[in-house]
Write a protein that binds this ligand. Structure first.
Ligand code: PLP
Length: 395
């Protein structure tokens, strides 16, 4: 393998670049996970996570990817065979539905247009028809990372409330948390699922389930679905004193302590404003190249990643390969039916203006060398926008 100078541009909507401060925090001796120092640290992490999720009753941390917490959410809050209503408008939503089906739940899918957000009206209409109250949970992905479309969780909550249906509300916040406002308690979300490698700026390896009291009650009172490793009961008992029922990934938790401190120091509003600004600059670049954003709803464009369409008859994969080969940058691939039709630019996590401009320069050069039809001017449009935008200090 030859050495490549400079740093690799990991320009995906997750995993995202891990800040040096997080790596330095992780580079410490592993301590006794049943000792007092560990207990103190974990109790601080639970509090910090509750702030980021918007005040849930508890946040479970599992040594797993985010998909593990899709499973944890389902097997802990539902009873065997329960019916769930899934809004499917992308690759990740459909995978969550597959998990639920394989776990034996009765999955009813509302198929959405992948280029638009979840429709609160259709969810409400289905719940209103459910007079027997068979639907036990509504499942929605907040930011569909495959398409770059963000759904309005508060509006879905209001629609559920409008029907008076007692369903639980489960939300995948995997690529929205710490990029887009998310307020679990205020929005009445019962279980939200996340992972470490996105807005939390950590390496992959931690999964999170943030839960409401209502979800914990259903967990305690419902007929239990078989579960062991992901069981909330045992986890909660240990977590109350800052411990885990099995050996936790201590070094990732050191990293989490650092990333929570960074988010607190930046301030949530500034973090969201930075993501909004970088996402807008990216969209201006896309328009400047004469390319189309996959998301068709201007109110639902993602702050975490932009999914860009290439022309009919063109293939985005050789373009992505050229960008990697020539400029050492990873762009997101098209997932599922979108393979080859789109590429994805991540602007999530520890990213600033100049990192984004470097990434957009790589895209512009890659479009040129791989022969994707485009116009020049994308990079200039992004630069103009960023130069005119408020400085982060004013935000
Ligand atoms: N949900 C969303 C919205 C995602 O973007 C991803 C991964 O990118 C997942 C779930 C699955 O996460 P993981 O790969 O950590 O299991």
């Amino acid at each position: 393998m030859t050495h490549r100078s400079g740093r690799h541009f990991l320009q995906l909507p997750g995993p995202t670049p891990v800040p040096g401060r997080v790596f330095r925090a992780m580079n410490r001796d592993v301590i006794d996970h049943r000792g007092p120092e560990f207990g103190r640290m974990s109790l601080g992490l639970f509090e910090g996570l509750k702030r980021v999720f918007g005040d849930p009753a508890h946040v479970f941390i599992f040594p797993s990817s985010a998909s593990g917490c899709w499973e944890a959410a389902l097997v802990n809050a539902l009873s065997p065979g329960d019916r769930v209503l899934l809004w499917n408008n992308g690759f990740f939503a459909s995978k969550w539905g597959d998990f639920a089906r394989e776990l034996g739940f009765d999955v009813e899918v509302l198929t959405g247009d992948w280029r638009h957000p979840a429709d609160p009206g259709r969810i409400a209409a289905r719940l209103a028809q459910d007079r027997e109250r068979e639907i036990q949970a509504v499942l929605v992905v907040h930011n569909e990372t495959s398409t770059g479309v963000t759904s309005d969780i508060a509006a879905i909550r209001a629609a559920i409330d409008g029907t008076g249906h007692p369903t639980l509300f489960m939300v995948d916040t995997v690529s929205s948390l710490a990029a887009t406002p998310f307020r679990q308690s205020e929005w009445g979300v019962d279980v939200s699922v996340c992972g470490s490698q996105k807005g939390l700026m950590l390496p992959p390896g931690l999964g999170f389930c943030a839960v409401s009291d209502r979800a914990l009650d259903r967990h305690r009172d419902g007929a239990p679905t078989p579960r062991a490793y992901f069981d909330w009961t045992e986890m909660l008992r240990e977590n109350e004193r800052g411990y885990f029922p099995y050996t936790p990934p201590t070094t990732l938790l050191y990293g989490l302590e650092a990333s929570l401190a960074m988010l607190r120091e930046e301030g949530a509003d500034a973090t969201f404003a930075r993501h909004t600004r970088l996402a807008e600059a990216t969209r201006r670049a896309v328009a400047g190249w004469g390319l189309r954003n996959y998301c068709q709803d201007p109110d639902a464009v993602s702050s975490a990643g932009t999914t860009v369409m290439v022309g009919d008859g063109e293939d985005a994969e050789p373009f992505r390969a050229a960008v990697l080969e020539r400029f050492d940058m990873s762009l997101g691939t098209g997932l599922g039916p979108l393979r080859g039709k789109v590429f994805r630019i991540g602007h999530l996590g520890d990213v600033n203006e100049l990192m984004l401009m470097g990434a957009l320069a790589g895209v512009e050069m890659g479009l040129k060398i791989s022969g994707i039809a485009h116009t020049t001017g994308g990079l200039a449009a992004a630069a103009e926008f960023l130069a005119a935008a408020d400085s982060p200090a004013d935000a």
